[in-house]
Design a binder for this molecule. Structure first.
Ligand SMILES: Nc1nc2c(ncn2[C@@H]2O[C@H](COP(=O)(O)OP(=O)(O)OP(=O)(O)O)[C@@H](O)[C@H]2O)c(=O)[nH]1
Ligand SMILES: [Mg+2]
Length: 379
């Protein structure tokens, strides 16, 4: 597919122009607002126009192939959405039960009951806490109750291993070539990109960073500063073509981390705009969720960002919540693997690649005891 740029005053005009000039198969790839002088005798009078990038298929066959591939991705996405709608429905109805008085600790040993209360106190839903604990337990004939198979900690960790997928440090071995962080505004994507770049470098990989966020003043400079300190290559891309070019330039890097501008999950226009970038290359997309969001909002975000094939989750700002049980609920229900947690503003220190030890401690221990389970870059 070849691309061309046209300047128009509205998207509607672009679509009409496209049909007229190139026929039915041409598509709008991206658009951006530009300021242009309209009358040369009024040099300071600029008007706002749209620069639209259009894709024109070279041949009928290529167009068909592209459409088929898009349909396949959309079908995959539709399936995830269906699954999530069901999950949201369940959470809503179970939310009411959750407040109810039903004795969900029935048949559990005293210590299992204590652990369950602790998990529920930290925000794990009763029914999920019960399932996780049941899987960590066996029937104790003497007690006549379900009790942990071994000590509490290893038993619970085994249950997490069975029920909550984690990617964590495995990413340093099976490194994807292009890793993109998407998510709502201000959740910590840019900061996390800087932290991850450091960890990739420390693991002996050669990372590079591209940002697609040139909208927000200071966003580029903030990231550039981090990346420069680490002496890593850094590019800014404003259009899908510039993105492809930057990817080509960084072809020799082991991993390319791509930062994107935050988007509200309700802003379909900007989400679609991002899709134009990400559909142009084979990317591994990670959704960043702030751990202090409510569980339902997390599902809503996953659902709306579900227009992208999400590979895994990053939970940021764990330091800002006292109820990390949300993280367990969401990972348990969606089965999307957790890549990492971020635990503060400091780059590169405040990040923990997800691991079962940390997850278990998150449920069982006090906040200050968690440090030992992390993988602080200083460790
Ligand atoms: N407490 C805490 N703050 C964090 C964490 N990660 C990032 N922040 C802060 O959150 C704010 C936003 O971080 P950014 O990395 O700019 O977030 P972003 O998702 O890139 O934001 P946009 O690009 O505007 O969507 C900054 O003040 C960060 O220092 C974290 O793990 N804990
Ligand atoms: Mg950012």
């Amino acid at each position: 597919m070849r691309t061309e740029k046209i300047i128009v005053s509205s998207l509607q005009e672009a679509v009409e122009e496209l049909k007229r000039t190139y026929g039915d198969n041409a598509v709008v790839l991206s658009s951006r607002v530009v300021k242009k002088k309209r009358w040369s005798f009024l040099p300071f009078f600029k008007t706002t126009l749209l620069e639209v990038t259009v894709g024109i298929p070279e041949s009928e066959g290529e167009f068909k192939k592209e459409i088929e591939e898009r349909i396949r991705v959309y079908e995959e996405i539709e399936n995830l959405k269906k699954k999530l709608t069901q999950v949201i429905e369940n959470v809503r109805t179970q939310g009411e039960e959750h407040q109810g008085r039903g004795d969900s600790t029935e048949g559990l040993s005293l210590r299992a009951q204590r652990v369950m209360s602790r998990m529920v106190y930290r925000g794990v839903r009763k029914e999920i806490a019960r399932k996780l604990i049941e899987e960590a337990c066996g029937y104790d004939i003497e007690l006549g109750k379900l009790d942990f198979k071994e000590d509490v900690y290893p038993s619970l960790m085994e249950s997490f291993k069975k029920n909550i997928p984690i990617e964590g440090e495995r990413i340093f071995e099976n490194t994807p070539q292009i890793m993109v962080l998407i998510g709502p505004t201000g959740v910590g994507k840019t900061t996390t990109i800087a932290k991850l770049s450091y960890l990739f470098k420390r693991a002996g990989k050669r990372p590079g960073v591209i940002t697609l966020d040139s909208y927000r003043v200071g966003a580029v400079e903030q990231l550039r500063a981090f990346i420069n300190i680490m002496e890593l290559p850094f590019r800014v891309a404003d259009t899908p073509e510039e993105f492809l070019k930057a990817l080509e330039e960084m072809d020799s890097r082991d991993v390319i981390l791509v930062d994107t501008a935050g988007r509200s999950q309700h802003d379909r226009v900007r989400l679609n705009e991002l899709r134009l970038f990400l559909e142009s290359a084979q990317t591994h997309i990670y959704l960043t969720l702030s751990a202090n969001l409510s569980e339902l909002v997390m599902y809503e975000v996953i659902m709306q960002f579900g227009m992208f094939p999400i590979k895994g989750l990053i939970f940021s700002k764990l330091d800002e919540t006292s109820y990390p049980g949300n993280v367990v609920n969401v990972a348990y229900r969606t089965k999307l693997p957790i890549l990492c947690f971020t635990t503060g503003q400091t780059v590169p220190d405040d990040i923990v690649m997800a691991n079962y030890e940390y997850l278990t401690k998150l449920m069982l221990e006090e906040r200050h005891e968690l440090e030992s389970a992390g993988n602080s870059p200083e460790a």
